[in-house]
Write a protein that binds this ligand. Sequence first.
Ligand code: ADP
Ligand code: MG
Length: 383
Amino acid sequence: MATLELNGVTKIYDDAQGRETAVDSLDLSAAGGEFVVLVGPSGCGKSTTLRMLAGLETVTSGTIEIDGREVQDLAPSERSIAMVFQSYALYTKMTARENMAYGLKHSTDLDERERGRRVEEIAELLDIVDLLDDVPAEMSGGQKQRVALGRAIVRDPSVFLLDEPLSNLDAKLRARMRTELKRIQTDLGVTTVYVTHDQTEAMTMADRIAVMDDGELQQVDPPETAYDHPTNEFVATFLGSPAMNTFDATVEAADDELALRRDGTTFATIPAHAVSLDDVEAVRVGLRPEDLRLDDAPGEGGFEAAVTVSEYQGNDNFVHLSADDLTLTARVPPSVYPSPGETVGVSVDPADVYLFDPTSGAALKTRGLDARSFERRPVSTPE
Ligand code: ADP
Ligand code: MG
């Protein structure tokens, strides 16, 4: 199981359209056998990072190490990596068997019988034995994706790179392949970097997720840590569906409490010890939809809101609310289904209130009530 390490990896494109830093001083590592998911919005530099790992793109500066060996100047074939693309990139005239065996012929010194055996073994793992003699035109999207995976796995790479491999599949198949890919990766124990813009894929598959924005790494953590303790507002709002509600508020201290207020309404009150906000008067408040509780009338610490739309989801409901000039979304159990126009009380547990610096976006308070329970990591802040 190979380790992977990127140190200060930077890619600057300098072409007719101008100069652009696609990836900026990226530090990232993966332990042997780890599944790291690189996630972020379109254009944030995920594919560029993966292509530099694969050797399909040069690095402008920085180093890439696989098992302690610097590989950034090596040809793709010398790096012991295999990459799967969204487009599958199968040879259209070759059968699945030939597609899978093709790379083996060039990348290993296995003889023909051994190659055949290896292909069969991986075909078994991927449940594509029946397809081995078909050409891509005879296969469905999901089947082509499996063959493309098989072609990469069969080479027994040290590092496995996948760039949005499930994007072309329909939603149901995507969910199934997600589970299956995770199982296969765990079985094989191969160090994997997986790129996606889909936060659900990232959250469900990753040992650790690496969140990127605009060429810069924002946070690398296990999914639950990134979700509960995001380093900044970008990460907080990127992870979770529906997205976290965020808005500006002022902080008013009274006794041992801090009231988070806006236009005369107190949206939440938190114990002063939960956060160190010396001299901070303005904050961004973050409330996750699933943390909003709805009652017939506002209770202690709650506020009033009008229901604009209730969306029935089957397993839960999304209730859209308006409070003063704010619109908020609550995710509530299916039994809670208020009608449009109804007035409800909304409350949130102080532990579940997130606070961010309105200028830098850096997290000031995440989930929990102990300010010290969460040590803030370095955050890249916009200039
Ligand atoms: P992602 O995969 O996260 O969507 P990319 O890595 O493809 O993002 O792109 C990152 C940035 O680099 C984008 O702004 C994109 O326009 C730019 N970019 C990608 N490839 C090239 C290229 N060959 N020449 C110039 N700019 C590029
Ligand atoms: Mg991409």
